[in-house]
Design a protein around this ligand. Structure first.
Ligand SMILES: [Zn+2]
Length: 1017
């Protein structure tokens, strides 16, 4: 039956699409692409054009009934709405939204990048925008417009499907692939972005014209279909006359404009299966002067429609939903694309956009740190609110701090933000917004921990300490933001050479102190902490100038001393591996070669498997002169030959320890240099009975400032027979297999991939995994090799780059960290996802003032042994607590009730709702990845959340919270392959109250309400 109906649909569609009489229907979608950053700061953009887009579009749409517009980036819209729009503008906007003439598309704060962003932050920035739109207008965007991100990730369609979207638009994909898809009418398809989850979404790839109308028409000496002209910075022109305004549409010119437009529509219609053409009318920074723009579009479109029979084309103002509705109603059967992504992205054979994976390493690092701090603060504030609804931490103040950081983290996800493809002063703007908001959240954390009614069982009057510790005693609070129990090391920098550490049960804690790797005047103190899920504990540190004389007074702290190894040249290293030096843990044996001071091999002891392995720094020398060949810039990577070794000599120091051992390697560019150019510190933790993640080797690198036009990689070369294939993650959500591909040109750069959290290589027996706390570019240029691009500094003479200051002359010093794991495939499969999250969400350490003596006595003597200051929230090992927060949205969960209020409201800003808790739980395994951990898991929310409070009600919601999943109806599309019913996501809470089952890679979102009043024990 299905087969027959498929044939029927093909016939009916081919009839429809070749129907002689039916004109091509062009959906003209007016839009303005507004980068939240890039060349100009947000403030500069608001002033020069962005505010004018919304002011003038609102006015122009209100004047003429059939005009329409789509609004995409919410950050600009909200800045306009909150600070610029008059009451009458607001009234007009509400009316236009109601009429469906102003349509919010995508709805995120920004159009996020897809290659170097983390899943958490993509969800956050969508949630931020969607919450505002739903609160304010009762609207829920259902279509994406991802027209500018540099390549398309397979995670994006999954997230958009989970958010309730009906269709997704992408544009920037590999030029030759797009060409083929265009020729074969395959630009549209159903995309099942996750092989485990099977969520699917109709995806439209923009054709070769992408999101801009054609410009530079032969008869118009200006900018084609843009009568706006070009934006002037810093101030808009006083007389409203912008440079480059095109010839107006008049009796004399209308025929030429119409002919060009019709030809373009027909050209594009040939690339699609239906007779509907998406004709985006707009480009970057358009419609700021929209009275001029619309007053030329109106007569031109009228003219074409008057001659539609002659032209064979009709044109109409449309929103994106109208276009997709027409395509949907054509009822065709669409091919299915699996979980492969569209990365990397090239625009021509010599233009691989793989440089930005590593551009502006500092910004990439700060953005991720800010995101983890936000996660920690959200969980803490949620617990605080439930424990002390009337506590002294003012809720409005706290929510304002959180919102500022939500906003800053959202903003930097922009496709010219975290990508590092912005001008230096815009990079500085993002950093400033992030740092300011992080300082605010720091204050919030301090308030939660230190004010009376803090989250401790016994409120002590601690004060916050900043800077170096001068006192002989110090308290710290360590908080675990993960919903798993962890045992790990925290590192704090101190100024005393010796210290003893005690936990809140008065027990001496294993610790290790040693001279700092970065400074001669400070010491690194490593403390072994054991924390339950979402638990914080206090630790007391007692410092001393001298080492303790008696063992009994030493506590459990080990004073570690370094053993130096003299500098070795690697220029003529003929004789190597004669003297190997082992560094051992219960898991690994690392061998270092004393002839070179380089790593020689690692044995993973469980399987007694030795892998030959060296690790060192190499660099690509980039070309900066466009006259002599392709250049590297902040977007593109274009190696001028293979990488060369970036050092001549290596010095080493090994610090054996009982908590962990440290190997410090310093790489000198020239044998006789005084200062090293790069360093790597490798930490090999002890296992402490298997509790510590002792399968990880932590490496922190230091590089920079680099010489101009160098791109530095850290290269691991191993004996793994990986055949140049590697695996890298899409946004920390799923792994993609990357098989090495030979191209006629630019093979090296086109085999570079983004790594957000994870990359690995493997052979039949072993796997080498790298985990990261910020994005990098990775590649495997030869078998067994994995190189990570850590830093780039470039300059070139391309006028466009120079004009916008986009050459990436980044002179910073960067200190990224990677965790390395080596083991069998089975073992690493069990460990790496969780380890990646442990690296992303390391414990929060807050140093606080020494309390007065009595309080200190109280700490050591009065507190009952073994008391744990907070109840723990622990999820099964395959489930991750993605979100636990109080969004503050004020809307009824019943859509009709909410709409009633929105439409009758006097547009007052409602009070935030502090009683609604947003909870997201994610299954971190793929189907079939592990025999046990890949199974679906059922949990009982009431039990699991007992540590937080007593649950009174739970509602399941869409990913960004705006839909009740039971009422969310996404469009169904006919496909060539059915989704097996086994994999269709169960979309409501199971029959047993509060019991939910989460399947591999599933993310489930809930609103949780707690009973107020004293909590049950
Ligand atoms: Zn853009």
């Amino acid at each position: 039956m299905r087969f027959i109906s498929v044939i029927f649909y093909f016939i009916s569609c081919s009839y429809a699409s070749t129907g002689e009489n039916k004109p091509i229907q062009a959906f003209v979608i007016p839009h303005s692409h507004m980068d939240v950053g890039w060349v100009y700061t947000i403030q500069e953009s608001m002033h020069a054009y962005a505010a004018n887009v919304y002011t003038s579009v609102t006015e122009e749409l209100s004047k003429v009934k059939h005009r329409k517009f789509i609004a995409v980036e919410q950050e600009f819209f909200r800045l306009w709405w909150d600070n610029v729009a008059s009451d009458s503008h607001k009234k007009q906007v509400r009316q236009l939204v109601k009429e469906g003439r102003l349509e919010f598309i995508l709805g995120g704060q920004v159009m996020h990048d897809e290659a170097v962003t983390d899943l958490d932050d993509e969800i956050l920035q969508m949630t931020e925008g969607h919450g505002f739109l739903y609160d304010t207008f009762g609207v829920r965007p259902q279509f994406s417009w991802h027209v500018d991100p540099f390549g398309a990730s397979a995670t994006t369609p999954v997230l958009f499907a989970l958010a309730g979207f009906n269709a997704h638009i992408i544009s920037r994909i590999d030029y030759d692939l797009k060409d083929r898809m265009q020729q074969n009418k395959k630009l549209q398809f159903m995309w099942r972005g996750s092989s485990s989850l099977k969520e699917q979404i109709f995806t439209h790839t923009m054709d070769q014209f992408s999101y801009c109308t054609p410009s530079h028409l032969p008869f118009s000496n200006s900018s084609g279909f843009y009568w706006n002209g070009v934006v002037l910075f810093p101030d808009p022109p006083k007389d409203g006359v912008y440079p480059n305004m095109s010839l107006p549409v008049t009796k004399a010119t209308v025929q030429a404009y119409a002919k060009t437009m019709v030809e373009n529509i027909k050209q594009r219609a040939a690339w699609f299966k239906t007779k509907h053409v998406l004709w985006p009318w707009g480009c970057d920074k358009q419609f700021y002067n929209s009275s001029v723009q619309f007053s030329n579009m109106d007569p031109l479109m009228n003219y074409i429609n008057q001659k539609s029979e002659e032209f064979g084309v009709t044109v109409q103002y449309a929103t994106l939903s109208e276009y997709f509705l027409a395509v949907h109603q054509s009822d065709l059967v669409w091919e299915v694309r699996g979980s492969q992504d569209f990365l990397p992205y090239s625009t021509a054979s010599q233009q691989a956009w793989t440089g930005f994976y590593a551009s502006r390493n500092v910004l990439k690092g700060v953005a991720r740190r800010a995101s983890s701090q936000l996660h920690a603060a959200e969980t803490l504030f949620t617990r605080y609110r439930l424990d002390y609804p009337d506590g002294p931490v003012a809720k409005d103040w706290a929510l304002a701090k959180l919102r500022a950081l939500r906003w800053a983290v959202s903003e930097v996800q922009h496709h010219d933000g975290i990508t590092g493809t912005e001008s230096p002063r815009v990079a500085e703007m993002y950093l400033q917004h992030l740092k300011q908001a992080m300082m605010g959240v720091d204050e919030l954390l301090a308030a939660i921990f230190l004010l009376p009614h803090n989250l401790d069982v016994d409120g002590n009057n601690y004060r916050r300490t900043k800077g170096a510790h001068q006192t002989l005693e110090q308290h710290i609070i360590v908080y675990n933001p993960l919903a798993w129990n962890i045992t790990t090391l925290v590192n704090i920098t101190v100024t005393f050479p010796f210290a003893r550490v005690f936990d809140d049960a008065r027990q001496a804690v294993p610790a290790q102190i040693q001279k700092s790797a970065l400074s001669n005047r400070t010491y690194d103190l490593f403390i072994l902490v054991e924390l339950g899920g979402l638990q914080h504990r206090k630790y007391l540190i007692k410092f001393s100038d001298k080492p303790c004389s008696k063992r009994s007074k030493c506590g459990d702290t080990f004073e570690a001393k370094g053993v130096p190894f003299e500098r070795r040249s690697v220029r003529n290293r003929k004789k190597t591996a004669r003297r190997l030096l082992p560094v051992l843990s219960e898991t690994y044996k690392l061998m270092f070669d004393q002839d070179t001071n380089l790593l020689h091999s690692i044995t993973y002891l469980q399987d007694k498997k030795r892998i030959r392995m060296t690790q060192d720094f190499w660099e690509y020398h980039a070309n900066g002169d466009v006259q002599t060949g392709p250049i590297s810039d902040n977007y593109m990577f274009s190696a001028n030959g293979s990488a060369v070794r970036a050092y001549e000599a290596v010095q080493m120091e090994i610090i054996p320890g009982i908590v962990m051992s440290e190997i410090r390697q310093y790489f000198f560019r020239n044998e006789s240099d005084d200062d090293y150019a790069f360093s790597v510190v490798t930490r090999v933790p002890r296992c402490f009975g298997g509790k510590v993640g002792c399968h990880r080797l932590e490496q922190t690198y230091s590089l920079g400032p680099l010489p101009i036009n160098t791109e530095v990689i850290f290269r691991t070369s191993s004996s793994l027979k990986s055949e140049r294939s590697l695996y890298t993650d899409d946004n920390g959500y799923q792994m993609m297999k990357r098989t090495h591909t030979e191209f006629t040109n630019n093979t090296l750069a086109r085999n570079y991939f983004p790594m957000v959290r994870t990359a690995y290589i493997e052979d039949e027996l072993s796997r080498l995994v790298l985990l990261s706390e910020r994005a990098h570019g990775v590649s495997s240029q030869t078998s067994g090799q994995l190189e990570v691009m850590l830093h780039r500094r470039l300059w070139n003479n391309l006028p466009w780059n120079l004009g916008y200051n986009l050459t990436l002359n980044d002179s910073s010093v960067v200190r990224p960290t990677l965790w390395m794991m080596l083991g069998s495939k089975g073992l690493t499969s069990k460990l790496y996802q969780r380890a990646a999250l442990e690296l992303q969400h390391t414990p929060v350490v807050m140093v606080i003032d020494q309390p007065c003596e009595e309080e200190e006595k109280g700490f050591l003597e009065k507190e009952p042994r073994g008391s744990s200051p907070s109840r723990v929230l622990v999820l099964p090992p395959n489930l991750h607590l993605l979100s636990l927060s109080i969004p503050g949205w004020n809307y009824s969960s019943h859509h009709d009730v909410h709409l009633g209020r929105v439409h009758s409201d006097k547009h007052r800003q409602p009070e935030p709702n502090y009683d609604r808790v947003l909870l997201r739980i994610m299954h971190i395994f793929e189907e079939g990845e592990d025999p046990e951990l890949s199974k679906p898991v059922t949990i009982h929310l009431k039990d699991v959340l007992q540590a937080v409070g007593e649950v009174s009600a739970v509602e399941e919601r869409s990913l960004t919270g705006t839909w009740d999943v039971a009422s969310m109806q996404r469009w169904t599309w006919k496909t060539t392959e059915d989704v097996s019913s086994r994999n269709v996501r169960s979309s409501r809470i199971e029959k047993e109250p509060f019991s939910v089952t989460i399947s591999p890679k599933q993310i489930r979102t809930f609103f949780v309400y707690f009973k107020s009043g004293p909590r049950l024990p």
